[in-house]
Ligand binder design. Structure first.
Ligand SMILES: [Mg+2]
Length: 190
């Protein structure tokens, strides 16, 4: 492939999987749920989404992993430390300061958008970047790169990451993620 031939030395060869944190990988709340939290950070009881450990471990064999959250650096770094085992290093952990504030006109609600062009400066082409996000507004300018997951509120029977993992592994085989149908990832295979 031309893109392979033209790849510069030092440029990443694996696809990039960017993960949102809150309500995607964890539920962090000041109000404890009926079951015990996995850990507490800055008074937030934090509940990991089921299958999170295996999701990270298995995807790390195929993807370069990254975290991009609209949280503060202190919060995001602390949570990420708890989620990633020492042998798996995210290629970046980006926080609110890397997001672009956006006010939704209908509700005047403030969102923090994630411009995936920023990740291309690290050598990843947009065709090989996928982001998992619970809020479509945060990535509305890159919907072709996005996989939307339900908002995790702490349900211990949630299976989203288990299902999403096998879909992502199939997606990784395609040269351009943006051209693949991703809306029905729970029930279809590529
Ligand atoms: Mg979120």
């Amino acid at each position: 492939m031309l893109s392979r031939i033209m790849r510069m030395p030092g440029q990443p060869t694996r696809p990039l999987l960017i993960l949102d944190l809150d309500e995607t990988l964890i539920r962090a709340t000041m109000t404890h749920l009926s079951h015990a939290p996995d850990f507490v950070v800055f008074d937030y009881a934090s509940y990991c989404r089921p299958f999170l450990s295996s999701f990270i471990a298995e995807r790390s064999t195929i993807f370069d992993l990254a975290i991009w959250s609209a949280g503060t650096p202190e919060y995001v770094n602390k949570i990420t430390e708890r989620l990633f085992p020492v042998q798996i290093k995210p290629v970046f952990v980006w926080c609110r300061d890397r997001c672009d504030p956006f006010v939704y006109r209908n509700t005047e609600q403030l969102f923090y958008q994630k411009d995936l062009e920023k990740a291309t400066t690290l050598g990843y082409p947009l065709s090989r970047i996928v982001i998992v996000e619970d809020n479509p507004i945060n990535v509305q300018n890159h919907s072709g790169n996005a996989l939307y997951i339900s908002s995790y509120q702490g349900d211990p029977s949630d299976r989203e990451l288990e299902l999403l993992g096998s879909f992502l592994d199939q997606l990784s085989k395609h040269p351009d993620f943006r051209t693949q149908e991703k809306r029905y990832w729970r029930s279809t295979s590529l």
